[in-house]
Ligand binder design. Sequence first.
Ligand SMILES: O=C(O)[C@H](O)[C@@H](O)[C@H](O)[C@H](O)COP(=O)(O)O
Length: 268
Amino acid sequence: MATDSAAPAASGAGSKRNLLIFDAEEDLAVSLAKYTADLSAKFAAERGAFTVVLSGGSLIEALRNLAEPPYLETVDWSKWHVFWVDERVVPKDHEDSNYKLALDGLLAKVPIPPGQVYAINDALSAEGAADDYETVLKQLVKNGVLAMSTATGFPRFDVMLLGMGPDGHIASLFPGHPLVKENQKWVTHIKDSPKPPPERITFTFPVINSSAYVAMVVTGAGKAGAVQKALSDKQASSDLLPVEMAILQDGEFTWFTDKEAVSMLQNK
Ligand SMILES: O=C(O)[C@H](O)[C@@H](O)[C@H](O)[C@H](O)COP(=O)(O)O
């Protein structure tokens, strides 16, 4: 595995960036499980809670080792609070549901208290579900489960485990879409997602960028172009991909990649 640590010019004040490149997807999965379990232990000890944000897509499969020994027994699952960085506005048992994807792939296999898994209210419209989710987050800030960033005034999740699309989108923040500029709301909605299904809710950039840790899990040649654009040294540009707008204010951003995903990088 090759690694690279750098604090690029585009990083926030106290942020750090790591690039991990694995030979095989299985090696990535092993490392990602350890990374997540280590953060779980750290935050459970420090704050008595561990706030974990998931995306949909291939990320869930990459987390599979968490539901196996040793982590199944060693992780203190009672401290986990699970959220979605984005969710499709469909019933929770629909095959497009990110909740269902995570439930089937991970959450049903580990003993997280059901009340600490924050699915969207699937009885509401996209707009209503986004407002409702933000209200849930505000309540969790009030009762101390969810931290706040003193630097940004937005919630500070312990870790976000995210994927990226071939077009450089993260969450449901797509290239060229006005939602990438949202800077007030914590959670917003989209009705014209270029990736189906069209109606979704999504965390906004100020929330993503207030995280303590972000793991960006990206594999496969189809993503090499966006990875190259995101990781190349560049001048400030007005046509940033959403993944390039993920700049932590005060946190650690780790890319979990494979050889194919970094195949267009010059210096790796
Ligand atoms: O709801 C969604 O569509 C996902 O949350 C989405 O943001 C996903 O994480 C990326 O598209 C990467 O997906 P893959 O890893 O499957 O390419």
